[in-house]
Ligand binder design. Sequence first.
Ligand SMILES: Cc1cc2nc3c(=O)[nH]c(=O)nc-3n(C[C@H](O)[C@H](O)[C@H](O)COP(=O)(O)OP(=O)(O)OC[C@H]3O[C@@H](n4cnc5c(N)ncnc54)[C@H](O)[C@@H]3O)c2cc1C
Length: 333
Amino acid sequence: MRIEKNYDLSGQNTFRMKVKCACYIEYESVEELAGIDFDSLPKPIKHIGGGSNLLFKGDFPGTILHSAIKFIKYVDMGLDEVPVIVGSGVKWDDLVAELCGHGLWGAENLSLIPGEVGAAAVQNIGAYGVEFKDLVSGVSCYDLKERCKCKFTAPECRYGYRESMFKEAEDRYIITSVLLRVSRTAGPRLGYKGLEGIDSSTPAKVREAVIAIRRTKLPDPEELGSAGSFFKNPVVSALDFTRIVDAAQGATVPHYILDGGFIKVPAAWMIDQCGFKGEREGGAAVYEKQPLVIVNASGEATPDDVLELERRIIAGVHERFGVSLHPEVEHIG
Ligand SMILES: Cc1cc2nc3c(=O)[nH]c(=O)nc-3n(C[C@H](O)[C@H](O)[C@H](O)COP(=O)(O)OP(=O)(O)OC[C@H]3O[C@@H](n4cnc5c(N)ncnc54)[C@H](O)[C@@H]3O)c2cc1C
């Protein structure tokens, strides 16, 4: 177990915010985690993964926990549906690469999503028509409230669009491992725009295609700091949608009709229509290729730069379209 005081978190968040926490603890097993004297730690306590969906608003006065539980265990490779148990500290994309390398189907569309396996189970990550919930059978946790190990079946995790019971429980459960099911039977899912016509003879081929598409659209966190999509796509009523159409002044409004008559409008389109593409605030900027992403353009952006740009975008979109955008990136501190 590694314990550090006054720890620099700039390498632990993909926005590369230069912030510190009072205490940082990295554990390597469930036993080490269960042995921590939580009562004696600086509060609040927050668990992080790769820090790719987080914005630290400043120095964190409490304790940051991080899992280094790293194993991938194939329960029975002889089955068609192969059960795989994976430690929460494994990098998500390392897992996908390994599964694809074994010719196992299921995770290939989720290639190149930053972050770790524990957070994937919290976030219900998704891309190209596939979500984490399509693979998971169960999640093992440590309950910080009751101070004991516990397990949840997939239905008990109540997965929805980037939602889960773990988010609702607000940091009560620390995920230690997940049980996934992947398949030997070919099952490419190519319905999503951009994947039509690709070579889908193996999961590795689909992975290659997904990676190539993603590289054209999203910044590589190794090269340009960001936390991916900064805002959620708003879901509006039919009446609000007519107001958006009026405000669009003749431009075609992209939209997706959802159950119950609600309509999802891409936040990226609204931000673009308001002229924010490339907009800067201090060292932060709206990404030129995808206005849903705020980047640390200078490498020296501060949390306040990002927060001010966020505030201006929310105000601008509200003034033009009457819609309130909400951040997808979790704000900490
Ligand atoms: C360039 C880029 C592209 C992205 N593309 C996508 C995409 O296509 N689809 C998508 O869904 N997301 C995407 N994301 C967002 C992000 O990668 C996911 O949300 C990812 O799951 C976050 O993983 P992480 O390990 O970095 O978690 P963090 O950001 O560190 O944490 C996220 C949340 O999980 C909690 N958490 C982390 N680990 C644990 C644990 N072991 N136990 C309990 N709680 C835990 C944290 O407390 C926090 O609430 C993208 C991000 C970037 C930067």
